[in-house]
Each structure stands twice: as structure tokens, then as C-alpha cells.
Design a protein around this ligand. Structure first.
Ligand SMILES: Nc1nc2c(ncn2[C@@H]2O[C@H](COP(=O)(O)OP(=O)(O)O)[C@@H](O)[C@H]2O)c(=O)[nH]1
Ligand SMILES: Nc1ncnc2c1ncn2[C@@H]1O[C@H](COP(=O)(O)OP(=O)(O)O)[C@@H](O)[C@H]1O
Length: 221
């Protein structure tokens, strides 16, 4: 069956560990579709959809959106890209989400970015995003060509409401309590691949080599 040959990966790591940045590099180098639960939620918030209205208060407070809401949203999107290899970013974040995902798809690999919390706190205060595309900048690491302006569209960049220091602390605590068990869940299934470090540029070559070993037949750009 064709679906058996498809590559389904998840990228995990605490908020600010570089999931979006690494995912960007992955899609530039491998034939994978990237789906970010955070981007998906922010689009819904922006468009004031029913889900967006519910999700906003959770996101702004640095809390997770209820499992049933996010699971329905993400699975619906994944079914739309059923025919392609994909990389899921930001989901699952709880064990019930992982169980629900397992029921729908077979996950081949879980890429875990293991970055110290102090490094993350420093990074997130310098994060700027282009909401419409999900493009991510950092005033120190990858600044836009013109401050506070998106390189491609010229539109203004914004700082995320949930990147305020006190909200970041709450998100990191939530990660420890609710998401770390998901790493154990995947470890037990034998699909967890952990990449540790404090700099994306040093972690990236290892992720690249790992994916090359998993996706040998994918055409590289
Ligand atoms: N200083 C620094 N910033 C980084 C590095 N890697 C990513 N960033 C920035 O850190 C922030 C968080 O990265 P992001 O990819 O959005 O993480 P995510 O929340 O896990 O998706 C962004 O502003 C990135 O541009 C790095 O190696 N060093
Ligand atoms: N799988 C999920 N389960 C519950 N809430 C989620 C999920 N994915 C995203 N969210 C909500 O969206 C917010 C932003 O997520 P995301 O953009 O992935 O953050 P980061 O990339 O900084 O980890 C989270 O703090 C949470 O409120």
C-alpha cells in the first residue's frame, strides 16, 4: 500500500527550542509538508473562527488549548495532506494527543530538540514573527533585513503576546508537566531521536544527517 511508504515525522522540543527554525530548513531540503499547530491556531485566532475565539485565551495565558479542540483541528488538516510525507510541529503536546494521533497515523520518527530552558528564555524575548506566513526572526540570531519588517512581503513584524517572560515561564512549566511524558511515550515506542545543544546551527547538521538516512530517495533541491 502506498500509505505505508509515506514518512510521518513529529518535531518536538520546548517552546523556543527552534522547532519552527529547524522545520523551515527541513522543508527546504526534503520533500515534506510542514504543519505547525501553533501557526494553525494563530491563523484561526486571526480569522476569529469559532476555534480561534476559544483558543485565544489559552494561548495568551501560556496554557495549552484543550486536547479535543486541538486534536480535531490538527487531524482534519493531516487528512488533507494524507498523500504526502509530512512533518508535524507542536503536536502532540500531551499523552492523550499522542494516543489520538497514533490511532490515525503511524509515526516513523520523532525529532526531539533538547535545548536548556535558560537559552530559551533569552531567545524568546528577541523573537519577532510575520503572522500571515509564520516566518520567524530573532533580533540577534536571524534579524530581518529591515528592523520589524518581513523580508518577503515588507509587512510589519510583531512580537507574540505569549513570549512575555512570565508567560514563557508558565509555558516551560507546562512543557515539563504535560509534554515530557510524550517524549517517554515515543521513547518506549523506539521512535524518539534526541538532538541536544544550545545553537540551531550546531544541531541542524545532525538532524540533516538523520533525515538523509531516513529519506534516502527524496529529491533534494
Ligand atoms: N540566539 C539564537 N536564537 C535562535 C537559534 N535558533 C533559533 N533561534 C531563534 O529563537 C526563537 C525561537 O525559535 P523557533 O524556531 O520559533 O522555536 P519554536 O518555538 O520551537 O518553534 C526564534 O526567534 C528563532 O529565530 C539559535 O541557535 N540562537
Ligand atoms: N498541541 C497543542 N496542544 C495544546 N495547545 C497547543 C498545541 N499546539 C499549540 N498550542 C497552543 O499554541 C501556543 C503556541 O504554540 P507554538 O506556536 O507551537 O509555540 P512554540 O513554537 O513557541 O512552542 C501554545 O502555547 C498553546 O497555547
Amino acid at each position: 500500500m502506498v500509505t505505508r511508504m509515506l514518512f510521518r515525522a513529529v518535531i518536538m522540543g520546548p517552546p523556543g527550542s527552534g522547532k519552527g527554525t529547524v522545520s523551515d530548513r527541513i522543508v527546504k531540503n526534503f520533500a515534506l509538508k510542514h504543519l505547525s499547530s501553533g501557526d494553525l491556531l494563530r491563523t484561526n485566532v486571526q480569522n476569529k473562527t469559532e476555534i480561534g475565539v476559544v483558543a485565544k485565551s489559552y494561548i495568551d495565558q501560556g496554557q495549552l488549548v484543550p486536547d479535543d479542540v486541538i486534536t480535531r483541528l490538527v487531524l482534519q488538516e493531516l487528512h488533507k495532506i494524507n498523500e504526502t510525507n509530512w512533518l508535524l510541529d507542536g503536536f502532540p503536546r500531551t499523552v492523550p494527543q499522542a494516543v489520538a494521533l497514533d490511532k490515525a497515523f503511524h509515526i516513523n520518527s520523532v525529532i526531539d530538540l533538547n535545548v536548556p530552558f535558560q537559552t530559551i528564555k533569552d531567545r524568546l524575548t528577541a523573537r519577532w514573527i510575520h503572522p500571515a506566513s509564520g516566518r520567524v526572526y530573532n533580533t540577534e540570531f536571524n534579524p530581518p533585513k529591515v528592523p520589524e519588517v518581513d523580508d518577503l512581503t515588507g509587512e510589519p513584524l510583531v512580537q507574540r503576546e505569549d513570549d512575555k517572560p512570565e508567560t514563557v515561564t508558565r509555558r516551560l512549566k507546562g512543557y515539563e508537566a504535560l509534554t515530557r511524558p510524550v517524549l517517554e511515550y515515543y521513547q518506549n515506542k523506539g521512535v524518539l531521536e534526541t538532538f541536544s545543544g544550545t545553537e540551531t546551527n550546531k544541531i541542524w547538521p545532525h538532524v540533516y544527517a538523520f533525515l538523509q538516512s531516513k529519506l534516502p530517495d527524496v529529491s533534494h533541491k
